[in-house]
Structures are given as C-alpha cells and as structure tokens.
Design a protein around this ligand. Structure first.
Ligand SMILES: C[S@@+](CC[C@H](N)C(=O)[O-])C[C@H]1O[C@@H](n2cnc3c(N)ncnc32)[C@H](O)[C@@H]1O
Length: 283
C-alpha cells in the first residue's frame, strides 16, 4: 500500500469518527441552535479538512469542540493555518509547540504532517506522557533560556520550520518566548502566537506581576512590522539609517528578518525571511 492509499484510508476513518462524535451530540441534543448548520455541513463533508481533523482530536484550535458533552464554538484557527501549512504538509521538518495540555494538538500536528518531528514543551509534568513516535515532550518553561538551550542541544543544528506559542497567553510570556525562539526558526519558517486577546494584565489575578505585561503582544508585533513597509531594495540601506541603528540589537535582528505578518482572528502568523538579511546582500 503506498502513502496515498494509507492516507485515503485514514481520511475515511477520520471522517467516520467525526460523524460518530457529532451523531452523539445530535442524539443528546446538546448544542446551541446556531450550530445546527455547522453540524450538518461537518456531517456531510467528503474531505478531511484540517479543521475536521482538529475537531476529531478535540483541540480548541478547531472551529468547534465538544466540552462536557456539549458542542461549542472554539478558536477556529485551523481553517487559517491550512492555507499556510498545505504547501509543505508532506515535507520533513521540525515543529515546536509551547503548551501541550492534554496532547490533542501534538497528535493533530503528527497526523497532518506525516513526516514531521513534533516537539512540545510544557511546565506540567503530566504532559511528558504524550510522547510517542515522532512526538517528543520537553518539561520546561518556554520563556526561559534553559528551555531554549535544551532545544538547541536536542535539535543539534536543525532549525524548526514551525513554532507555535499556545502556552500561558500572558503578553509578557509571549514576548519573552518570541525574543528567545525567533532566532532558532528556519529561514522561511512560521512563528505563530495564539490567543492574543487574553493576556491582559489583570486577566490572571493570581499570577506574579513579572509574568504579566501591560503591553499587548499585538502592539509589540505591530511595531516590529514597521520595516514591512520598506521595499527589499530600500532595506539594503538600513545599516546606515540612524533611527534604525538606535534600536536595541535584538529588535533590529528580529525586524530585519521578519518577512511577513498575518493577523487572523485571535492569532498572528509571522514568517521569517528566507533570504539573508539585506546588510549581507549589500556586501
Ligand atoms: C492552552 S493549553 C495548550 C493546549 C494545546 N496546545 C492544545 O491545543 O491542545 C496551555 C498549556 O500551556 C502550559 N504552559 C503555561 N505556561 C507555560 C510556559 N511558560 N511554558 C510552557 N508551557 C506553559 C500549561 O501548562 C498548559 O498545558
């Protein structure tokens, strides 16, 4: 049996699972009326979309999920991600996700990317149980340099092509992890930060103040996008621009390698420039 036949078979079985799960919801009548059309559409799907696959695995990244037996709306990120992920779905590469919780998204990445190595990191010891073939879990805090070092050692020179931050969602944590891990991302790779709306100071009343940050990550990244209005040719002169040179070195390094930034509801997808930075082009 070749790869394609195996996938078709998996897809067929996947759609059956989706229908079984939805069938149970319909039978118990445990869903809001406005989701009736969505249920019908999902039940009649003829192809396993990334969103349906996410629903099958139970992750809240799908458009809907079942919580305590009830069908509810979820983050709805996967319809967006599929547009970005589909071109390299069958490539061999590494993906890191911060925040594993019950392992649902780790299993989703594994199924969607059949040749990828999946790495999860979480502060909760129980997440170590989700390691399996092609899934490794690191116990650690994604905002800490030690965790970055652990990954550097583990990956042994391999740069991840996808990094997803679905950890604490505190704005300060999102920034710290981004500033640590952006440099590790492969050229042309994608760095995604989820749940941009929920990290406000005060959103987590019991958390220590150093974890929180009054500045939304949304605004932080918006500033980083400043250079996106510069064309590639004019970027080549940046090394001589005094305002740019006054920025901290790390900020300059991130800005100059940021190729594109896509905001989708609740999340941001940032792509690293596959080309070398302009000052190298200039030489
Ligand atoms: C939203 S859940 C992850 C859900 C999972 N990605 C999914 O879609 O199935 C958030 C997880 O992040 C973990 N977490 C919180 N702060 C963290 C940090 N600083 N570093 C790593 N993991 C963290 C929590 O323990 C929790 O398991």
């Amino acid at each position: 049996m070749d790869d394609r036949q195996t996938l078709d078979e998996e897809e067929r079985r996947g759609l059956e699972i989706v229908r079984e799960k939805l069938g149970a919801v319909l039978e118990s009548n445990n869903y809001p009326q406005y989701l009736r059309g969505t249920i019908d559409e999902m039940m009649s799907a003829e192809r396993m979309t990334f969103d349906l696959m996410g629903f099958k695995h139970g992750t809240d990244k799908a458009s809907v999920m079942i919580k305590n037996g009830r069908l509810i709306l979820a983050h709805d990120y996967l319809r967006q991600y599929e547009l970005f992920f589909a071109p390299f779905r069958y490539d061999e590469f590494s993906l890191i996700e911060f925040g594993c919780w019950k392992g649902e998204s780790l299993r989703l990445w594994k199924e969607y990317f059949p040749r990828a190595q999946i790495y999860g990191v979480d502060i909760m010891k129980s997440t170590l149980d989700y390691a399996e073939e092609r899934i490794s879990v690191v116990l650690g805090d994604a905002t800490r340099f030690e965790t970055f070092s652990t990954f550097k050692q583990m990956l042994n020179g391999v740069r991840p092509s996808v990094i997803i931050d679905d950890a604490s969602h505190a704005w300060g944590d999102q920034r710290r992890s981004f500033e640590l891990f952006w440099r590790m991302l492969a050229p042309g790779g994608l760095y995604i930060v989820e749940d941009l709306e929920c990290g406000a100071e005060g959103a987590y009343p019991d958390w220590p103040p150093e974890v929180l940050d009054s500045r939304p990550f949304f605004n932080y990244i918006q500033d980083m996008c400043m250079l996106l209005r510069w064309s590639q040719t004019s970027r080549a002169f940046l090394s001589k621009d005094s305002a740019f040179n006054q920025l901290p070195e790390l900020t300059r390094k991130i800005m100059i390698t940021l190729d594109a930034c896509y905001f989708v509801p609740g999340a941001v997808i940032m792509r690293k420039n596959p080309l070398p930075p302009p000052w190298e082009v200039e030489r």
